[in-house]
Design a binder for this molecule. Sequence first.
Ligand SMILES: *Cc1c(COP(=O)(O)O)cnc(C)c1O
Length: 363
Amino acid sequence: MIPMVNLKAQYTDIKDEIEIGLAQTLSNCTFILGKNVQAFEKEAASYLGVKHTIGVASGTDALHLALLAAGIKAGDEVITTAFTFIATAEAIKYIGAKPIFVDIEPKTFNINLDEIKKAITSKTRAILPVHLFGQPVNMVAIKSLCEQHNLKLIEDCAQSFGASIEGKQTGSMGDAAGYSFFPSKNLGAFGDGGLVATNSDEIAAKVKQLRNHGSGERYYHDVIGFNSRLDEIQAVVLRAKLKRIDDYNQARRDSAHLYSQLMADLPVITPFEDKIGIHVYHQYTLLSERRDEILKVLQAQKIGCAIYYPVPLHQQNVFKAECKGLSLPITESVAANCLSLPICANINDETIIKITDVIKGLF
Ligand SMILES: *Cc1c(COP(=O)(O)O)cnc(C)c1O
């Protein structure tokens, strides 16, 4: 059996360091907003090249609190992509704002700048691009569009920890960004966790207040907030992995390049790397008209593979009514033909050869 993600191998490598940190946390019993969260926030801010980071309970919360802190309100329109995980749009809906889904680029699967331009109305308040599968969106172009129209720019970096454009990290170029530490993400915790990154003192102060019941000083509450804190146990794990994130991402890139090299002669479209940035391959996703057949032969060999995402958001039951009549042809065709193969920091070359041999067998 070959899993999509092998978390166990990664754990084995750093077990000692993590267990020392966990034992210390368990014995001093500070579980919420202790010194590991503080240290992790500092280390993450320095890695990402941003002024502030704020640990929160999940990536979904990170996006929700970032949008709230950036001043997005009920009735506002937020332009985003339908080819993403549901959480991107959930965060917009929690506020009562309206996600406006626009089509993607056929090669990068990321939001299409020209489609964003067409969708801007007098109600548009923000753009929420997703660096999908770890491929950075062209932030330079989107940022200048946002400045021109006075829009907030909130990045969904759940899949792009460590990805960069012209030496700048994704998540450092907009007004605020949300990261997820769901265990299978490039930087994964041992449970749920998330992070808001921002260069704005104002947004940072608001997120800090919102994550902790709307309070600055304990038991004094200024706004209705949430219980959304990163916990110490997760911070211990994240500190150990953050030190190694560049190696993890380089290993993902090497694995992706081997896959693409081994499948170069097959009638499948291997992932495109936009040279504007460094892709960190949260997923290795190919396109093929025979996607369902490939899926079947891999499953028969007990090789993990998955369709991210089979149903774009505008066609999900929850959005069907509000998106009635909306057609996003590129999004729909990519959803019908995409297949993600196993990738993680610890997959070895023999495994990749075995997987591609099975696919070659089909053709
Ligand atoms: C994982 C993910 C999220 C949500 O993160 P959670 O930590 O699971 O809440 C948001 N957006 C995208 C694109 C994701 O992949």
